[in-house]
Design a protein around this ligand. Sequence first.
Ligand code: FAD
Length: 372
Amino acid sequence: MRARGLKVKVFEQAPAIREVGAGLTLGRNAVRLLRRIGLEDQLQRIGSANMGLTLLNSHGAPIGMSPLPARARLPGEFDSYSVLRAEFVSLLAEAQPPGTLHFGHRCVEVDETGAGVRLTFANGACVEADLFIGADGIHSFSQREIGVKTQPTSGGTMAYRGLVPVECLPWARDLRSLRMWIGPGRSFICYPVSRGRLINIVAFVPADRYGTESWSAPGDLGSLAAEYVGWDAHVLQMIAALDETFLWGIYDRDPLPYWSTARRSLLGDAAHPMLPHLGQGAGQAIEDGFALAVLLENAGTAQIPERAYERLRHAHTSQVQAASREAGRFFHSEDGDAPRRAQQLASWRAAGRWINEYDVETAATELLHEVA
Ligand SMILES: Cc1cc2nc3c(=O)[nH]c(=O)nc-3n(C[C@H](O)[C@H](O)[C@H](O)COP(=O)(O)OP(=O)(O)OC[C@H]3O[C@@H](n4cnc5c(N)ncnc54)[C@H](O)[C@@H]3O)c2cc1C
C-alpha cells in the first residue's frame, strides 16, 4: 500500500517481533507481488527456493512429483520460497519507514465516526484514521467488531511441528523441493527454510484430545514417534533428530457472509482462514494487501465500485479455502488405489495452477475499469 502512496500505520499487540511459528511457503502468486515491490532480493537472503513437491508413500516409494511449471526466469530468480515465519515478518517490518509499526498496541474497539474510524487500544491510546483494516489473524477481534461471528471448523487433523538443523540430515542438504510422505490417515511434510540451514517438518495426524487452535502448545516427542512406527527411515530420522515439538490445531472457518462495513474491513486470516495444505495462508493475505492498494490508490478522486474489495476477493479466497480442504482430504485419504491417486494428483496440480497464476493487481485494475 505504501508503494502506491497510501499512508498506513500498523498496530500490533505483541511487544516486539518474536520467534514464533515455524515454516511458511510463499507460492508464485505471492512471490510475483513481492518481486514487484522490490523485496525478492531480501526474500532470497532468508528463503529456500522450492522447485516443486515430491510425493512418497509411507515406505518412501514415489507417488509422483508436482514440479512448478517452467517459465522464463531471470538468473537467480525462483517462483516459490519457504521461509521461517519470524524471519519473513522481520523482512516485512524492516521494509517499513520509521513510525509505521507500533508494537504493544492491542486494539479493543473500532468505531465508525462517519468521516472516519476511531481505534481504542488496551494501553489507553486512541487513533483516528480514514479506514480500518483488521489483519488480526484466525482469532480475529475485528471480525466480531464488524458483526460477524464464526466458529472454527476442524478438518479432523492436528499437526506436530518442528525444526531440525540440516547437519543432522545429510540427505536433506540439497533438498530443493517440498517432500511429503502420505499414509493411512497421516502425512508428513518437510522442506528447507532459512536458506537451507533448517529443515521444517509438519506431521499431520488424526485429531483427538487436542482441541486447540494454538500454534505453540508443547508436544510430546514420544507420542509423535508412536504415530509413525514403520514409516520410511527418513521420516523416523527426522523425528529422532527433534529436540522439541509443538502442537498445531488445524482449523479453518467457513467463508464469511460479508467482511466489510462502510469504513472497516478485514484482511488475511481474519477474513478467510484456511487449512495449510496448499500453503496459501500468507500468500492470500499478501494478495489482499495488494488488492486494497490498487483499489484505494486513487480513492480520493476516482469512483470505486460498491463493495469492490469483497467482490474481488471473496469468491477467490473462498475457492482457495475449499481447495485447501480438498487437498487435505487427498493427503490424508487411505485410498491406496494407484490410478485413482494419479487422477487426484492431476486435479490437485490443476488447483495449484489457478492459484499460482492469479494476478490480483491485474484483476483489481480490471474491476476498476468496469466502472470507468
Ligand atoms: C504466532 C503465529 C504462528 C504461526 N505459525 C505458522 C506456521 O508455523 N506455519 C504456517 O503455515 N502458518 C503459521 N501462522 C499463520 C500464518 O502466519 C498466517 O496464516 C498468515 O501469515 C496470514 O497472516 P495474517 O496477517 O492474516 O494473520 P497472522 O499471521 O495470524 O497475524 C495476525 C497478527 O495480528 C495480531 N493481533 C491479533 N489481535 C490483535 C489485536 N486485537 N490488536 C493488535 N494486534 C492483534 C497478532 O499478534 C498477529 O501478529 C502463524 C500465525 C501466528 C499468529
